[in-house]
Design a protein. Structure first.
Length: 276
């Protein structure tokens, strides 16, 4: 694991929580070494202050498995989103295996596990998830590996993520893709969208979620720093997309039309949901 990431061990009272995304969410870690520039989970620092910036710390909930087992004795079975405030398969999981063990418990207790990750480490757990009540989802923001390395520095490559979907399908698992956030003027053009949706069609993806870049707390500071360093000519346009309501409304309408066009081109309309 990257030596720049500060790892701390903590104890938790609960690890399975009610969620607006699904019936429940499960996070075995606070913080994420993937360090995605646009990560909305940065708001967690409001509740769990750290001196380190987002992406440079991970708190390990060392008793996550035991806490979950206690909760499962009383919890009503439902769908569990893994994970909502970190990537459950970030690098530290290779050693700790907390997410794997928790997913096994959830399945044993009759819960549905819905995975969303940017890590090829999930392939390790296909033996646990295959032929069971689980779905594997992968987030992809761009097919350009250079852009991926800038915006998602700690994540698996784009090629590896598509391999996850291929292997999951072979293992008999349901699959989904999240195209989010689409990066304004970098991965949100018609040609880029057509290529993304073509990949989804080729892989026979069952569910597709699409979202735009959103002005969540603490996101602009990190996005602004990246734009200043690598795309200074886009900085003002990004600022207006995030904070100028009229400009944003027009941008989202145009983006919605492009997404709809791509989905229709590859006969995927009935599988696509959008967050904007």
């Amino acid at each position: 694991m990257d030596g720049k990431v500060i790892v701390r061990e903590t104890a938790c009272k609960t690890v399975l929580n009610r969620s607006s995304i699904s019936d429940y969410s499960l996070n075995c870690y606070t913080g994420c070494a993937h360090g995605c520039i646009y990560c909305y989970a940065r708001f967690m620092q409001r509740f769990h202050p750290h001196a380190e910036p987002w992406g440079a710390f991970v708190d390990v909930k060392v008793n996550a498995v035991e806490a979950l087992e206690r909760q499962l004795r009383r919890a009503e079975p439902g769908c569990v989103f893994v994970s909502s405030a970190c990537d459950g398969w970030q690098p530290l999981e290779a050693e700790r295996k907390l997410t794997r063990r928790c997913c096994g418990l959830l399945l044993d207790y009759g819960f549905q596990v819905n995975v969303l990750t940017k890590s090829a480490l999930i392939l390790r757990d296909l033996d646990l998830l295959s032929r069971r009540n689980a779905r594997i989802g992968v987030t992809i923001t761009t097919l350009d590996e250079r852009l991926r390395a800038l915006w998602e520095p700690g994540c698996s490559s784009v090629v590896e993520r598509f391999r996850v979907l291929e292997e999951a399908r072979r293992a008999g698992l349901k699959t989904s893709i999240t195209f989010a956030p689409l990066l304004p003027f970098l991965s949100d053009g018609q040609e880029s969208l057509d290529t993304l949706f073509e990949q989804a069609a080729d892989l026979e993806i069952q569910e597709i979620w699409v979202d735009a870049l959103n002005p969540r707390p603490k996101v602009w500071q990190s996005v602004d720093a990246l734009l200043r360093a690598h795309f200074p000519d886009l900085r003002e346009r990004y600022r207006r997309i995030l904070f100028d309501s009229r400009f944003r409304d027009k941008y989202l309408e145009e983006l919605r039309n492009r997404v709809s066009s791509s989905a229709a081109r590859f006969s995927l309309n009935d599988r696509v949901s959008t967050g904007f």
